[in-house]
Each structure stands twice: as C-alpha cells, then as structure tokens.
Design a protein around this ligand. Structure first.
Ligand code: ADP
Length: 396
C-alpha cells in the first residue's frame, strides 16, 4: 500500500517549515512579517512579503500544489514543543487540544504560541483532514519521578509544574528506533544513550524503549554545553550575578545566547569554527571543546548508572553526525564501561563505529524529525498504509 500524503508543519515565531511526505518536498518561509525569504527544496521560488503564518501556509500550499501525492494531503502533522505533563504521545487536534496547547504556552512562551499559529492556519486551510500534534516533550513524559523532580519545595512541582520535561524527544525516539533496527535487536531489550548534538544538544537514557532520563530540563537550557546555551550551571552563580546587578533579561540573554561554545571560546557558536580556532592554538577554544566532550562523557556514565548497564551509544545532530573528533574525544575515557571506537570507521562517519568485540555498540544515525512526525501523524490519524520505517521499527 502506498504511503499516505502527510504534510508536516513546523511553525516558529517568524518562520514556517513545511515538508510533504512521502516525497519529502519542503518549503521554508523565513522572516514572516518582514522582508520574507522563501526557500524550496525543488528549485528557486520568488521571494515576497508574507505578513502572517496563514498567508505563509497558503503560499506554501500553492508552491506544493503540483507535487501532491495521488491521494492528496490525507493528514497534517504539527510539531509542538511543549506537551507538559498532559501528553505522552501524539494527539489528534480538536478545539479542546488547541486550548490545552495554548494553556501550555505558560511553560514554553517562545514556542507553543508559534506552533499554535501554524495549527490554526492549517486547520482553517485544510479543514477536512485530521491534524495531529507531535510533542518534543512527549517521549520523556514517562520518566520516573526520581529523574523529573528537582530538589525544590514540592509545591512548585504540584502548583506551578516546575519539573524536568526534556526536549528533542522526537529525535531521541527516532534515532533509538533506527539504532535498534540497525543492530537487529528489539528496542525493548536495549539500554541506549542517545546524544543529539546540534546547536542545541541533549542526551537521553533510553531503557527498554522508554526515556528514563534526559539532560534538558524545565527548559532547553540544562545539561550539555550547546552552541550558545550554557547547559548545567549552579543556580547559586545566577543568584550571585543577579545580586551583582544583572537584570533578568540580561541573564536570559547571557544563558541562552552568549554562553556555550560561543561564550567559552569567544570565537563562534559553530563547532567547525571553534575546532579551527583550537587547532590554530586558541586556548579558550580548546577549553570549550574540552567542556563539550567532558559533559558528554559524564552524562553517558551517569546514564549507564541510571539504566544499570549500557548496550549502545547513538550520535546524531549536526555535530554528532559529522564530527569524528568530538565523538572520539568524548568517549575516550569510557573504556571501563566497554566503550571503544574503531578509529577508521569513525573517521569515515560509518553507521557502526564501535570497535569489533567491544561490549558497547556505538552508532551514527542521522536524525529525521519530520519523517518521524509524518509517521506518527499517519499512525495517530489511523491512515492505512502507514507501514513506514519508523513505525515498523516500533513493532520490533
Ligand atoms: P540545529 O540544532 O540548529 O538543527 P544542527 O543539527 O544542524 O543544528 O547542528 C549544527 C552544528 O553542527 C554546528 O555546530 C555545526 O558546526 C555542526 N556541524 C555541521 N557539520 C559539521 C561537520 N562537518 N563537522 C563538524 N561539525 C559540523
């Protein structure tokens, strides 16, 4: 049976990214509300001013018009960043679900309102097909409380929902399914650490198919070092800075935009630039790389402890998929866990880069969040012929 036509919509505050499956044609509209830029995967398209998300979507549907699969668009999948404690799986969108996503904007003020713009525009333009929300947090929603509770007064959790949520869930879910399939073993039999290393970076401990811990927290600020985000930090240092006169907006800017690889190196948020600077003798750039690798190593060790073992480590994201030296450096001290890399395969960015005979497998798996959203959407909408790769792998 042919795969159904699923439109995947990823709406940001001033952008709209749309991908049409099964063919994978994509259109990106950037700078909505300004001098917009439109980029299509299938050739040059004229730029034009787009004032709002609904206008952007109308334009995208026009551009994709001649490329629809035979059955047309049968469902629309929406990336939604925050599903709170409410959603542990994708959900078919109705007015009630929209209202809950709106309510969850309190937890993701930058993202959920933008995601909702996309949902409202798409439901208005394509009212006759099912719409499905796929949440970045959902894969982590089943974490045990020992992993999601912060050591704060319980009332903050109960009344203000302050806890670890985790993000990048769609990616961690996808690459660990792929890893299990590549290893030829059911995911429910495996203890996996997934490392999504892009501009944002996070790790997840995936035991028997479930995320049992993850490094991002209440927001995507916690955990690993990132391009411009600090990752883990002693909150006491932040109190100190606030007392010293930094205001809340300044603190927000510093932690989210001026820290991480950029902040430590003083060079760039881009791993390639930081590496180049370090190779040229820049000591701060070298320090940034050290911190980046060290946080990965200690997180893998912590998650092996959390799961009571480790079968495989999965690298993904722009850095994880391409940077052989970071992979080698971050895992170099983990021989005691049975982790050894095959240098030749690692340098070639091969899929399986663990050394022959090593206890722990190490894999490089390109992430494909849109593909995963399309698959989950088709399954949630009950479309026939959704026997796609990721869903088939769930059965394993
Ligand atoms: P995002 O989180 O924005 O989706 P990506 O997953 O594309 O980001 O990752 C961006 C990061 O990947 C940047 O730090 C970039 O330097 C790094 N990267 C991309 N290609 C390479 C490469 N060939 N070698 C090393 N790093 C790379």
């Amino acid at each position: 049976m042919p795969e159904p036509g699923v439109l995947v919509v990823n709406a940001g505050s001033s952008s709209l990214k749309v991908k049409l499956f099964p063919a994978g044609d994509a259109v990106l509209v950037e700078r909505i509300g300004e001098d917009s830029n439109v980029v299509a995967s299938f050739g040059p398209v004229p730029g034009r001013a787009v004032a709002r998300h609904d206008e952007a979507l109308r334009l995208v549907l026009d551009l994709l018009g001649g490329r629809l699969p035979a059955g047309g668009i049968e469902a629309v999948g929406h990336r939604v960043v925050h599903g709170g404690m409410r959603y542990s799986r994708p959900v078919r969108i109705d007015d009630g679900v929209e209202a809950i996503i709106q309510e969850l904007s309190a937890l993701a003020p930058l993202h959920n309102p933008a995601n909702l713009e996309g949902i409202r525009a798409a439901r208005a333009l394509l009212p006759d097909v099912p719409h499905v929300a796929v949440f970045d947090t959902a894969f982590h929603a089943g974490m045990p409380r020992r992993a999601y509770l912060f050591g704060l007064p319980m009332a903050l959790y109960r009344e203000r929902r302050v806890r670890r949520y985790g993000f990048h869930g769609t990616s961690h879910d996808y690459v660990t399914r792929r890893a299990a399939a590549l290893l030829g073993r059911p995911r429910v039999s495996l203890k996996l650490v997934s490392l999504h290393l892009g501009n944002g970076a996070s790790a997840a401990a995936v035991s028997e198919g479930r995320s049992i811990d993850t490094s991002m927290g209440f927001t995507p600020l916690d955990g690993l070092l990132m391009g411009t985000r600090s990752g883990e930090i002693d909150p006491g240092a932040l109190i100190h800075l606030l007392r010293g006169g930094l205001d809340v907006d300044g603190l927000d800017r510093m932690l989210n935009r001026e820290s991480g690889l950029l902040g430590l190196s003083g060079v760039s948020n881009d791993m390639r630039d930081v590496r180049q600077a370090a190779d040229a003798g820049n000591a701060d750039a070298a320090a940034a790389l050290e911190v980046f690798g060290y946080r990965i190593a200690k997180t893998v060790g912590a998650y092996a402890a959390a799961m009571g073992g480790l079968d495989a480590i999965v690298f993904t994201g722009g850095i994880g998929e391409n940077d052989a030296r970071i992979r080698a450096e971050s895992l170099a001290g983990l021989g005691f866990l049975g982790v050894r890399i095959d240098e030749t395969r690692n340098r070639r960015n091969a899929t399986r880069i663990g050394a022959d005979g090593a206890v722990v497998e190490v894999l490089v798996v390109p992430t494909d969040e849109e593909r995963m959203i399309a698959d989950r959407t088709a399954a949630t909408a009950g479309l026939a012929g959704h026997g796609s790769r990721a869903e088939a792998e769930e059965a394993t």
